[in-house]
Design a protein around this ligand. Structure first.
Ligand code: ADP
Ligand code: AMP
Length: 316
């Protein structure tokens, strides 16, 4: 069954390969069961409609008579979503530190589709010392962009996995016009296209504090901030600096770390890349009527409220 198994696959994928982002954020961990259940309930609703329509045919479901019948109804509905409905393909767009990793997991929870972070995938490749990782390591540390061919190849493979069958959320991709065109072309092969671009808009001036205060849990990508989202265990020294040994993941108690590229110097280069190469992508998608802009320079709850509105079908 696609919906139920996709949540399981997403979970195991992240633990094993850390290939996508932040599976076990506290919110995600708490809602893991409801997350897998929500799409199933939706599917069951659809199946109920199918039951009404099809009850006179041979394909009938006894929805009140037992688990197997309901499971079969859900499986049939899932099959229809996965094969005949267009995929929901979103881009979570914004500069480093905008909040993509903070809010992406909540969209995952809500919609039951995975967040695919090319940054997380590349960091996993670096950690595993793969050929791609070896090519990318120095570029990433300095805040440069890895070659289009590498990241396009990574995404091309990833979106063919079963958990992407009803859709996915792209985080950190596309970052150049060439990547956007490659994405459009690969989607066009199945008659699909990007369905929404959510732009998290933040002035550069607030990003250094966000980036330099960010700590992450390496295995999951779960992110914290010394001021805005501190781990429960955090203690500060006499000069108000966090004591490293007290920076522990809320869920696992494992040590947190700071990314090598989360420095003021690398941020300058990352922002140059963002404004020079990435922002023009918005002009590429805007004529499609799918770009929604969110004010991400406010408290996290306010940002989330605007994202929820942007996910709906209303205009900008
Ligand atoms: P991105 O994935 O876009 O690079 P993150 O979601 O990791 O950004 O956020 C960067 C840092 O800023 C994290 O430490 C996060 O806790 C913090 N942060 C995210 N959104 C906000 C916000 N609205 N206000 C203050 N800090 C935030
Ligand atoms: P992120 O985690 O999105 O901040 O990405 C971290 C780093 O990975 C970036 O600074 C780039 O070096 C590299 N990277 C991630 N995604 C891409 C991409 N789509 N194109 C080129 N480089 C990327």
């Amino acid at each position: 069954m696609m919906f139920a198994s996709s949540a399981v696959r997403t979970a195991s994928r992240r633990v094993v390969a850390s290939s996508t982002r932040r599976q076990f954020s506290s919110a995600t961990a708490k809602t893991a069961s409801s997350r897998s259940a929500a799409p199933m309930i939706a599917a069951a609703g659809l199946a109920t409609a199918a039951f009404v329509v099809q009850q006179s045919k041979d394909k009938t479901y006894n929805l009140f008579g037992g688990g197997d019948a309901v499971q079969k109804a859900v499986a049939d509905a899932e099959d229809k979503f996965g094969n005949y409905w267009p995929r929901n393909i979103m881009i979570l767009f914004g500069p480093p530190g905008a909040g993509k990793g903070t809010h992406g997991p909540k969209i995952e929870d809500m919609l039951g589709i995975p967040q695919l972070s090319t940054g997380d995938m590349l960091r996993a490749a670096v950690a595993n010392k793969t050929e791609v990782g070896q090519k990318a390591e120095a570029i990433m540390k300095a805040g440069g962009l890895v070659s289009d061919d590498i990241v396009v190849g990574i995404i091309r493979d990833r979106i063919q996995e079963a958990d992407c069958k009803i859709g996915f959320i792209l985080d950190g991709f596309p970052r150049t016009q060439k990547q956007a065109k490659a994405l459009d072309a690969m989607l066009a092969k199945e008659g699909a296209c990007v369905t929404k671009v959510i732009e998290l808009q933040v002035p550069d001036s607030v990003l250094e504090e966000r980036i330099c205060g960010r700590w992450i849990h390496k295995n999951t990508g779960r992110s914290y901030h010394v001021k805005y989202a501190p781990p429960k265990s955090m203690k500060k020294d006499g000069s108000e600096k966090p004591i490293e040994s007290t920076m522990l993941d809320d869920e696992t108690g494992e040590p947190l770390m700071q990314r090598k590229d989360d420095t003021a110097a690398a941020l300058v280069k990352r922002l140059q890349g963002y404004h020079g190469e990435t922002v023009p992508i918005l002009a590429h998608y805007r004529p499609h009527g799918i770009v929604r802009t969110v004010n991400a320079n406010q408290k996290m709850d306010g940002v989330w409220g605007e994202i929820l509105a942007a996910l709906g079908r209303g205009g900008d």
